[in-house]
Write a protein that binds this ligand. Structure first.
Ligand code: MTE
Length: 335
C-alpha cells in the first residue's frame, strides 16, 4: 500500500493502522520528506490508533469525569477592542469540528477528547526565567486578568471560524514568568498521555505537540491564552484547560492542552515543521497571496456552511501585527 505523507491532517481516519505495525518515527519522517512511502508488510500508515480502554484508563476515566472547577469563572467581561467583520460561528460547529491529533486525525474527535483528565493540571514555566516554577491551572487562572475576545481563526486547510474566546493576554503570563533578557522565544508544549489520547500511540508523530513564538509575538496585544469559549470553560476538544489563540497565524500555531512554557534563545521546531518542513514553517502568518505548496490560500470556507470568503493578509489583523515583521524579508513568513 502506498501512502504519500503530505500534511498530517489530510490523513483519513479510515487509514487506521493495525496495532502490530511498528515503524520508527525518525525513519518514517525521513522517508516522508523523500516522497511516497511503502510500508513493509502492506500496513497502512496511520494518523492514530484508537485502541480501546486499558485497565489503567479506569482511574483516568474517573479523573476525566470530574466537573471543571473553573466553570464558575465564566462569563467574563468582553474586551470591545477586538471586533469581528462576520457572524460568530455556531457553538455546535466550533465544538464538534476540531483538529486535535492527540485524539485522532478526523475532525470528529470531540467524544474521544472527553477522556482527557484536566485536573490536576500542572503548568511548568521553565528555561531562561528568573525562577523556574510549576503552577496548578486554577492558581494560574486566579492570577490572570480574564476577559473575552471575539477572534477569527483561519486553519491552514482553508476553513475558518469566528469565536468568543475567554482567557488572558499571553503577555500577562510572560510578565508573570519573568524571562531573562537573553530569552528570544517562547516554546510551548502540549500534554503527553497516550493512555487516554490514542493518537499519541502513533509513534511516528513527534509528540508532544510543540509550538513557538518570538517574545515580541508572545507579548503582542493580540496573542491570547484561551481558557474558555462561548462564555464557558473550554471544552476538551478545543484545548482545555489552556490553549493559544494567535489569530494572525494559521491555526496549527494555536497549540492546545498546554503543560509547559519554556523561554529559550533557540528557535523552537514546531510539531508540523518537524513532520514536513517544506510545507509548514515557524512563522505561518496568514497570507492569501502565498499559496500552500499544494493548494490556494486565497479564500476560506466559513465553518457551518459552504460559503467561501476572501482570506485577508494576517487574517485581517495587520494593524496589530504587521510591524512585527519589518526587515524580515529573508524569512519564510507565510508558511
Ligand atoms: N494543538 C494540539 N495540541 N494538537 C493539534 O492537533 N491542531 C491545531 C491547533 N492546535 C492541534 C493543536 C490545528 S491544525 C488547528 S486548525 C487548531 O488547533 C484547531 O482548533 P479548534 O479545534 O479549536 O478549531
Amino acid at each position: 500500500m502506498l501512502l504519500k505523507i503530505k500534511r498530517g491532517w489530510e490523513l483519513k481516519e479510515s487509514q487506521a493502522t493495525p496495532e502490530n505495525v511498528y515503524l520508527d518515527r525518525r525513519r518514517l519522517l525521513k522517508m516522508a520528506v523523500a516522497g511516497p512511502v511503502l510500508l513493509a508488510g502492506g500496513g497502512l500508515l496511520t494518523a492514530c490508533d484508537d485502541a480501546p480502554a486499558q485497565a489503567t484508563q479506569l482511574a483516568a476515566g474517573e479523573a476525566a469525569a470530574m466537573p471543571d472547577p473553573s466553570a464558575k469563572l465564566y462569563p467574563v467581561q468582553r474586551n470591545m477592542r477586538y471586533r469581528l467583520d462576520r457572524d460568530l460561528t455556531a457553538e455546535k460547529d466550533a465544538t464538534s469540528y476540531n483538529n486535535y491529533y492527540e485524539f485522532g486525525s478526523s475532525k470528529n474527535i470531540w467524544q474521544k477528547a472527553q477522556a482527557l483528565p484536566i485536573r490536576p493540571w500542572v503548568v511548568s514555566i521553565a528555561g531562561m526565567v528568573e525562577k523556574p516554577m510549576e503552577i496548578g491551572i486554577d492558581d494560574l487562572l486566579a492570577k490572570m486578568p480574564l476577559e473575552e475576545r471575539l477572534y477569527r481563526h483561519r486553519c491552514v486547510e482553508a476553513w475558518s471560524m469566528a469565536v468568543p474566546w475567554s482567557g488572558f493576554a499571553l503577555k500577562a503570563l510572560v510578565d508573570f514568568a519573568r524571562p531573562l533578557g537573553a530569552a528570544k522565544y517562547l516554546k510551548m508544549e502540549s500534554f503527553e498521555n497516550p493512555e487516554v489520547a490514542g493518537g499519541q500511540k502513533a509513534s511516528w508523530y513527534p509528540w508532544p505537540y510543540v509550538e513557538g513564538l518570538t517574545i515580541a509575538e508572545a507579548t503582542n496585544d493580540l496573542a491570547f491564552m484561551a481558557t474558555g469559549i462561548y462564555s464557558k470553560a473550554m471544552p476538551k476538544q478545543n484545548g482545555a484547560p489552556l490553549r493559544l489563540a494567535v489569530p494572525w497565524k494559521y491555526g496549527f500555531k494555536s497549540i492546545k492542552g498546554i503543560v509547559r512554557f519554556e523561554f529559550t534563545d533557540r528557535r523552537p521546531v514546531s510539531f508540523w515543521q518537524e513532520i514536513q518542513a517544506a510545507e509548514y514553517g515557524f512563522w505561518a502568518n496568514v497570507n492569501p497571496k502565498v499559496p500552500h505548496p499544494r493548494w490556494s490560500q486565497a479564500s476560506e470556507r466559513v465553518l457551518g456552511g459552504n460559503e467561501r470568503v476572501p482570506t485577508l493578509p494576517f487574517n485581517g489583523y495587520g494593524e496589530f501585527v504587521a510591524g512585527l515583521y519589518t526587515g524580515m524579508e529573508n524569512e519564510k513568513l507565510y508558511m
